[in-house]
Design a protein. Sequence first.
Lengths: 268, 277
Amino acid sequence: MSVPPLSRYGLRFGVLFYLSALLIFPVAMIFIRTFEDGFLQSFEAVTSPEGLAALKLTLITVLIAVPANTIFGIGAALVLVRQRFRGKAILNTLIDIPFAISPVVIGLALVLLYGPRDGIVGEWFYDHGIRIIFSTPGIVIACMFVSLPFVVREVVPVLQEIGDEQEQAASTLGANWWQTFWRVTLPAIRWGVTYGVVLSTARVLGEFGAVSVVSGRISGQTETLPLFVRKQFEVFNEGGGYAASMVLAVLALLTLIVMNLINTRKEV
Amino acid sequence: MSGSAPIGGAPPTAALPRPAFRPRLGSALLSRGLVTTWLSIMVLIPLVALVLKSFEGGLAGFWDAVSAPQALEALQVTVLIALVVTVINCVLGTAIAWVLVRDEFPGKRLINSLIDLPFALPTIVAGITLLALYGNDSPIGVDIAYTSTAVALALLFVTLPFVVRAVQPTLIELDRDMEEAAASLGAGSLTIFRRIVLPNLRPAILAGAALAFARAIGEFGSLILLAGNTQIASIYIFAKIESGDAGGAAAVSVVLLVAAVLILLVIGRFARRGLPV
């Protein structure tokens, strides 16, 4: 459709203005604020023992939650696409629930299951000396919950599109199930998997609501980087808060770059 | 943009005879069982614990907790702001998608990749970015911190990609012959958009809007620092947990959970291919 130039420019600049006001200038402000109070001074908060402990806990969480979700995600996608069975719609809805539900609700649900006082099974774990809530396992479980659907949802459309002719050919030629998966299926879905992994990593790095509820926010012990950011603002160390935010914003921009690289690859 | 374009639809696996490569019935059952078990442990059982807790005091207890004035207000305000944000997203999200697909200008690719930033940026950082520009220390003299406008702005930020990423692939694939035919018959560009483009985009817009709405009613991280006294459901739940009233928190949570499941069922009725998630 040929749009008159005037309304086309109007639309273009309207959209650019909206995106600048909502997205680009606010994010730029983080960098300005970090450097405003002197970069090194602001950065002291990040390199303090509490800051480093938060960074470490965040990395541990990523290293456990993302691989777990990747394995589950590939398995679940294969089951959903290649098998026909009753109750598939229910399984599909369950997988999507973490996307549609508030992270605070997720945190509360975990406390009510694993909490030392309120939890249904939490008491048993507590009696056996295993702490889940207000400890690292709870934080990891919360992050796994919120990022559960990403790999599944990226792999399912790829599996549907490639079909199963190549897999059939492989098995006709005598490959067993594992060989077929490793040599045929996995290479075909690798960019979908990678994209899902990148999205999960970003989500786990930044998860706030669910972790807030289950962590107990003990400085230097159960604080992830996003919780550390909030703490800095609460104790009016805004410079430190902006510096820690900048670390997370840089990680987000890196994520974005990787997402774009993968998208270019996927189109080839 | 995630998800590849749907080319030729789903492969006709259903019509094929049972292929030899497929795992034998035993291993198919095993893998299905493992996936179901994992999903039950991770998602279903915690949610059951939540629902059980909310009905601890029976139906009356649940109803009392949900209809407490503050809970009711929080739910109403949340739904209202989320609706406003969703409507804005429908209009501006479609406009952004249109500009990114049909318009050409330098820097378009950069803008296109920036759309995903709200998905990549931690929500607490999203809140802080908005506070830094529009808070009480604003360099441009706009102070909306701790108002419902700030809440709406934060929700617009975190939900930005949904409608854009849902509409983009549909718009790319839209056959332009129809538009050209309409134009040759004398239709103006507004008529073409309203009568031809919009009806074709409607399922994608609605699917994106449903996801944006779901995200908006549950959002927490970006609001915690800038909502102030605005009662928001997720902040209300968090405050209840902090004050030790897990039952009251669980009841309002169940309302949000039911809303989430309903939204998922609605989305399930639209094409789910090509969505950002």
